[in-house]
Design a binder for this molecule. Structure first.
Ligand code: NAD
Length: 355
């Protein structure tokens, strides 16, 4: 038994959650002292961003609907140029991790505060982590300036999120909490948030999948996503996130579905070496069964992808992913070897139950 010891750095988080939260946007803009807002979104969320700009009124000086997955450098440069052109003094990022990721880069490069209105469960809004993709390589870094000044979670805005995206995005969030529970820099506060985040999301996702217009289920899923995102922001991720990063970066596999497929396998790999995390997950999931199998079953019940093959990964790429994942060392509860990783990837590729 190791004696209790930890370091915990609280992040300044201003969060408003609940139906109607978006109505608080003007107040949040006042609170941040902003006068010229650029609204950022992905192309498909233009209608939503236009509605949000309408709520902001004359202080919305531009709508920039060009956010793309993993923040390509050209897209970042274009947003930065536009922010300068319209003389923006802040951004409202509406949408998923792509829109919020773009806002973070503008914050990093140009110093503009970001207010986030998340509509997926990816959790980027809760972290000081930015990402930028240049020549096919995604770099990430931590900087407190990219942490949004306010976050508004309004479940009504997530009703349009399709069931498949809701489920994979929710599993993406659960992955943050799972890895926070065995992170090298875990702490008691984050453990509580992680356990509660998994509890909330695992209970909400079946309800969301059954009825995407159920605002209570949507709010509970956002509550879980908030907690899981905060865990991601506060700790260092291990094998699961490194593996997903390698798969996304090398093969361009879709972000949330990749997390959904890999999570049960990465957890099964680590479970034996992380008994406290397993105990927390079992409490959260309300089952004596092993959590990795529970999450694999949950993904199946909710119709989510369970094989890397169905995400378009060729079997021949397994060895390359093993090499990329092993290239840089990182903390993990269990030693990661080429053989163990190869076995994990072959099981995940074929869609077999985690072992
Ligand atoms: P995303 O923002 O691309 O959204 C996923 C899909 O959902 C898109 O097709 C989008 O159009 C759609 N969508 C979003 N909101 C919708 C709505 N209300 N109605 C209908 N459709 C909607 O992707 P994501 O999964 O939210 O985020 C993934 C990205 O975020 C990746 O680039 C990932 O690396 C990054 N990320 C970063 C962090 C961080 O801490 N920096 C954390 C998590 C994710």
């Amino acid at each position: 038994n190791t004696p209790l010891a930890f370091a915990y750095q609280g992040l300044p988080m201003r969060v408003v959650l609940g139906t109607g939260a978006l109505g608080r946007l003007a107040d949040e803009i006042d609170h941040a002292g902003l006068e010229r807002i650029m609204v950022l979104c992905s192309p498909r969320q233009l209608e939503l961003a236009t509605m949000v700009a309408g709520l902001i009124g004359p202080r919305a000086v531009d709508i920039h609907p060009h956010a793309r997955m993993h923040v390509p450098a050209e897209s970042a440069a274009e947003a930065q140029r536009r922010a300068k052109e319209v003389n923006a003094d802040g951004c409202v990022a509406v949408g998923g991790g792509s829109a919020i990721g773009l806002g973070k880069i503008v914050a990093l490069r140009y110093g503009l505060p970001v207010i986030a209105v998340p509509t997926t469960y990816a959790g980027s809004e809760m972290t000081p982590v930015w990402g930028l993709t240049e020549n096919g390589v995604k770099r990430t870094g931590r900087d407190p300036r990219v942490l949004p000044v306010s976050v508004l979670y309004d479940p009504a805005l997530t009703v349009a999120l399709p069931t498949d995206v809701s489920v994979t995005s929710g599993m993406n969030a659960i992955a943050h909490a799972v890895e926070a529970l065995y992170a090298p820099d875990a702490s008691p506060v984050i453990n509580l948030m992680a356990e509660e985040g998994v509890r909330a999301l695992a209970a909400a996702l079946p309800d969301v999948a059954a009825d995407g217009t159920d605002l209570d289920a949507r709010a509970r899923a956002q509550y879980g996503a908030w907690l899981c995102g905060a865990c991601l922001g506060a700790t260092t991720m291990s094998l699961h996130h490194k593996l997903c990063h390698a798969l996304g970066g090398t093969l361009d596999l879709p972000h949330a579905p990749t997390h959904t497929v890999v999570l049960p396998h990465a957890l099964a790999f680590n479970q034996g070496a992380a008994p406290k995390a397993v105990a927390a997950l079992n409490r959260a999931l309300g089952t004596p069964a092993d959590p990795a199998t529970y999450l694999w079953d949950l993904a199946g019940r909710l119709g989510a992808p369970r094989s890397l093959r169905e995400l378009g990964m060729p079997e021949s790429a397994i060895d390359r992913i093993v090499q990329v994942t092993l290239a840089n060392p990182y903390a993990n509860p269990r030693e990661v070897t080429a053989e163990g990783l190869g076995r994990l990837l072959r099981t995940a590729w074929a869609g077999q139950p985690p072992t």
